[in-house]
Design a protein around this ligand. Structure first.
Ligand code: MYR
Length: 280
C-alpha cells in the first residue's frame, strides 16, 4: 500500500522540506489590496507583511476550492493507494470539510482527511512525521495512530498584539464582555475543542512569554523528549532571542523557529508570537 501525505499551506512547512519528504501542499488564499494570492505560491510571508504596510483595509482569507482538492487527489491517485490529508482546525476554517468532500469524489485512491484541530507548525509536526512513516511503507492506520499520539501531547499557546483582527475575522469565540476586558491585556490564547479561546489574561508581552516558558517547563521536566517550535508573525529577531533563552532553560527540548504566514497572520496580525510542542 503506497501512502502519500497532503497538508495545507497553513502548516508553513518550508518548500525544501516538503520536497524532501514528498509532502504535497494545497494552498489557502489571501485577498489583499483587491488581489487574490495563493500563499506560499504567489506570495511569501515577507512580501505579505510588506504589502500589509501599504494597505489600510484588512486582508481576508479563503479556503481552497473543492476543485483544487479534487485535482490534487486525482493526480496523486495515479501513483498512490492512500492519501492522508492533514488540515487546519475545522473550528476555524472549512478546509478540512473541503478535504472530506473531495475525498468522496475521487476514485482509485482512499482519502483519509485528518482534522489537526490546530494549525501552523503544530500541524506541520503531524505532516512531517506522517511523511517519514509513509516513506517507510507504514500503513495509513499506523500513521494516523502516530498523529493521534502527537495530538494527545500537543500544546500550543500564542499571543497577539491586537485582538481586533481575530474578533473581526470571527475566530475568537468568547462572550463579548470577556473580549472587551481582554482588549486591555495581552491574553494568552490556545485551542480548546478546535476553536481559539483565551487561556489566561496576562498584562505584558514579556510576562506572557515567561508564562509560556513555564508551561513548556512543566512538560520538559517530565523527562519525555520534546520538539517545539516558536512561531512568529514577522518578529524573527525576537523569535531567535527567545529560542536562545528557551534552549538554555530546556536543553533536552529540540527547538525550531517557524512563522505565521499570510492566511494566519490575516487573523492574528503582525507581531503575534507563539510556542507549540509535542513529543519527539
Ligand atoms: C480560512 O479562510 O478558511 C482560513 C481561516 C484561518 C483562521 C486563522 C485563525 C488563527 C489561527 C491561529 C493558529 C495558531 C496555531 C498555533
Amino acid at each position: 500500500m503506497k501512502t502519500v501525505i497532503v497538508t495545507d499551506s497553513t502548516a508553513y512547512i518550508p518548500k525544501d522540506v516538503r520536497e524532501e519528504l514528498n509532502i504535497h501542499m494545497i494552498p489557502l488564499s489571501v485577498v489583499i489590496g483587491g488581489e487574490t494570492y495563493e500563499e506560499e505560491l504567489d506570495i511569501t510571508a515577507g512580501q505579505f507583511y510588506e504589502e500589509l504596510k501599504r494597505q489600510d483595509r484588512l486582508p481576508t482569507s479563503s479556503q481552497p476550492s473543492s476543485g483544487q482538492f479534487v485535482a490534487l487527489y486525482e493526480k496523486l491517485a495515479k501513483d498512490y493507494d492512500a492519501i492522508i490529508s492533514i488540515h487546519l482546525s475545522s473550528g476555524i476554517s472549512g478546509t478540512y470539510q473541503g478535504a472530506v468532500t473531495a475525498g468522496t469524489m475521487v476514485e482509485g485512491v482512499k482519502v483519509y482527511a485528518y482534522d489537526s484541530e490546530i494549525s501552523c507548525m503544530a500541524q506541520g509536526f503531524y505532516a512531517i512525521d506522517a511523511a517519514k512513516m509513509a516513506a517507510e511503507g507504514k500503513s495509513p492506520e499506523e500513521i494516523i495512530s502516530r498523529i493521534d499520539e502527537l495530538k494527545a501531547s500537543l500544546r500550543a499557546y500564542f499571543m497577539v498584539d491586537d485582538l481586533s483582527n481575530l474578533q473581526r475575522g470571527g475566530r475568537l469565540t468568547s462572550a463579548q464582555a470577556i473580549i472587551g476586558s481582554l482588549l486591555k491585556v495581552k491574553p494568552l490564547l490556545h485551542f480548546v475543542d478546535k476553536v481559539i479561546v483565551p487561556f489566561e489574561k496576562i498584562r505584558t508581552r514579556k510576562k506572557a512569554m515567561n508564562r509560556i516558558s513555564e508551561l513548556i517547563g512543566e512538560d520538559a521536566s517530565k523527562g519525555t523528549a520534546l520538539k517545539a517550535s516558536i512561531i512568529h508573525a514577522n518578529r524573527e529577531e525576537d523569535a531567535k532571542e527567545w529560542k536562545a533563552e528557551l534552549e538554555q532553560l530546556y536543553p533536552n527540548v529540540d527547538f525550531s523557529i517557524s512563522y505565521f504566514g499570510p492566511v494566519i497572520a490575516t487573523h492574528l496580525g503582525e507581531g503575534a508570537m507563539g510556542l507549540t510542542w509535542t513529543i519527539k
